[in-house]
Design a protein around this ligand. Structure first.
Ligand SMILES: [Zn+2]
Length: 372
């Protein structure tokens, strides 16, 4: 059963299971009736601020708690005890449906309740509307880690793989089991321990041997640190070349892990370390062939001005099977990643088409995310 409320202008909609939130840093709760991204809007007709109260009661956290289900009416005395008199009055003035209804979504910035491009544009350009933040910046424990990662002279796919590791966006066995996928919990590389992200990098005997061959020493950073903290400290301890080698090795370990799992491909730690070193030499040679000095790029990507985002894209083209992969990263003024995506494409005739396809997908992604 739901509650839909229409005011003269603009339209405001509330649903029964809308939470009453605690405002950070204060004891006053607010009734959150706006969709994500529109926080800070007014909720009651004529009110310029969010609903608040000094008499917080954690037993009542949803709008539905304020409604008597048997009579489908507001619990007047409860509302009057929680909210300020003027706000309580406004709440009690909201008509409730006389019969059971399913919850519905309404676009609050149009009288019809239906979203249109025109009303969306008006909302975004009219300063009298509530500020619209389409994506909240991701506040991560260590911004320096990410800034350092994105500045490395490595192909985007490798840095994105490392970024996914940082954020535990990797389908390790334990992550899959947590999502109710029926797989063996054991690490594919050593087959001894549960396969978690931290195991693969910090504890796995196979990985340890690979890192040892490559002279990557983690002993300067306490293994007791939490994952992101550990990575951040490691990045600070490592030199630029060690960071590059470390990120490349993470990518190679996961790449090999997948080949071993799905293709029964086997390699010794020494062979894998050799692959990493060869790959690094290839990247260096590629830089030099383009007149660039590896490890000291001539052009660094500059973050966009405050209040704007910057989208970078690139495409990799495979001429043998006429396929491509587009990679897209959207960053804010602090260089933090707001969104990233990769798209595989088939039936691509040449590198120019691959780039054009990546450009098209970038425009579609940014539009889909609500950036303009
Ligand atoms: Zn292992």
């Amino acid at each position: 059963m739901g509650l839909s409320v229409g005011f003269d202008t603009p339209m405001v909609t509330a649903t029964e299971d809308v939470p009453i939130e605690n405002v950070e840093g204060s004891k006053r709760p607010r009734v959150q009736t706006s969709p994500p991204g529109f926080s800070g809007s007014s909720y009651l007709h004529g009110a310029l601020v969010q609903i608040d109260t000094d008499n917080i009661n954690i037993n009542f956290t949803k709008v539905s708690d304020l409604i008597d289900e048997s009579t489908n009416t507001w619990k007047a005395s409860l509302i009057q005890s929680i909210f300020r008199p003027d706000q309580a009055e406004k709440i009690l003035c909201i008509p409730l449906p006389s019969h059971v209804q399913h919850d519905s979504l309404f676009w609050r910035y149009d009288q019809s309740g239906i979203y249109s491009v025109k009303s969306g544009y008006r909302c975004l350009t009219d300063s009298s509307f509530a500020p619209c933040t389409t994506t909240a910046p991701i506040r991560l424990p260590s911004q320096r880690l990410y800034l350092s990662l994105w500045s490395l002279d490595l192909p985007a796919k490798i840095k994105i793989a490392c970024w996914r590791f940082c954020n535990n966006y990797i389908p390790t066995a334990i992550n899959l089991i947590n999502r109710r996928v029926n797989v063996s919990p054991l690490c594919t590389l050593c087959t001894n321990e549960p396969e978690t992200l931290e195991h693969i990098i910090k504890e796995c005997t196979f990985s340890k041997q690979v890192f040892s061959v490559l002279h990557l020493d983690f002993s300067l950073v306490s293994a007791e640190n939490r994952w992101l903290q550990w990575l951040s400290h490691l990045f600070e301890q490592f030199s630029e070349s060690e960071r590059i080698l470390f990120v490349l090795t993470i990518w190679a370990l996961w790449f090999y892990r997948n080949r071993k799992l799905h293709e029964n491909y086997n390699q010794s730690p020494k062979d894998l370390a050799g692959f990493v070193q060869c790959y690094l030499m290839d990247i260096k040679a590629s830089y030099e062939s383009h007149g660039l000095q590896f490890g000291h790029p001539i052009v660094h990507l500059q973050p966009p001005p405050v209040g704007t985002v910057k989208t970078n894209f690139d495409a990799g083209f495979n001429s043998s099977n006429k396929s491509s992969v587009s990679g897209i990263i959207i960053r804010d003024s602090e260089g933090l990643v707001l969104a990233s995506s990769t798209y595989p494409n088939n039936f691509i005739s040449d590198p120019e088409v691959a780039e054009a396809r990546a450009c098209e997908q970038t425009v579609a992604l940014t539009a889909e995310l609500g950036f303009r």
